[in-house]
Design a protein around this ligand. Structure first.
Ligand SMILES: [Zn+2]
Ligand SMILES: [Zn+2]
Length: 239
């Protein structure tokens, strides 16, 4: 339980992300070589990003491969406690439609604070200054739930990868908060990653969410084609 199928890779970056090195055509070839049945091509966006139409036309122009579903997405951070998402409004409006990406990957790259994103360091400082970890975690989960509802077709990218950066662990999250997030993920059809690069979430969270019916998906978070569909960590946790 709590281990997704390793036949898919739901989080692969291309040169449309400024920190990745392989073009979509190379990622597609790597997915074929790895024997995947699903690959989701996804790149980083902010509200000011303009490349999404080009990205979609390149990915759609790759052509079909027998037995391989090619899906698309954009990865955006959750900006604040209201669940606002750092993606262009027209991209969010088009999600799931004929001219849009299939899903929005919601990322905890920064802490969704009351007045906008808090860096991990600023979040740690607030915790040191008296923000209770339980309250911080409730803020994080509440913002995530709001973003999931607002986006409609979401995928949680590397859930809780932020916690070690702010001096917390998944053990600090209550079962109630995990269950709240799971219920909304199921209700909204949100996919939830088990992320190879960030090695999260851990077994307690995965098993609890899987038991709640959450759809877990494998994600390499590859930034180079040779990492597409490669799961050295996930393979060791597979039971
Ligand atoms: Zn990310
Ligand atoms: Zn990513």
């Amino acid at each position: 339980m709590g281990i997704p199928s390793l036949d898919g890779d739901h989080h692969v970056h291309s040169t449309f992300s400024d920190d990745a090195v392989s073009p979509p055509v190379d990622n597609l070839a790597a997915a074929v070589r790895a024997g995947l049945t699903t690959v989701r091509m996804v790149d980083h966006v902010r509200t000011t990003t303009t490349y999404v139409p080009d990205f979609l036309s390149v990915v759609r122009g790759l052509g079909r491969r027998e037995g391989l579903a090619v899906l698309t997405g954009v990865e955006a951070k959750i900006l604040d406690a209201s669940g606002a998402v750092d993606a262009p409004p027209e991209v969010l409006a088009a999600v799931g439609g004929p001219h849009g990406v299939d899903r929005v990957l919601l990322a905890d790259h920064q802490f969704p604070g009351t007045d906008g994103p808090w860096s991990p360091r600023a979040t740690s400082e607030r915790i040191a200054a008296g923000l209770a970890p339980a309250d911080a975690l409730e803020m994080l989960v509440t913002a995530t739930v709001r973003a999931m509802r607002a986006v409609g077709r979401a995928q949680l990218a590397h859930p809780f990868s932020l916690l070690p950066k702010i001096g917390l662990t998944e053990d600090d999250i209550s079962d109630d908060l995990l269950d709240e997030l799971a219920a909304v993920a199921v209700e909204t059809g949100t996919l939830v990653e088990v992320n190879e690069k960030w090695q999260c979430p851990g077994p307690r969270v995965r098993d609890r969410w899987a038991a709640a019916g959450v759809a877990l998906v494998a994600a390499s978070d590859a930034h180079v084609a040779s990492d597409v569909g490669r799961y050295p960590w996930l393979a060791t946790v597979k039971r």
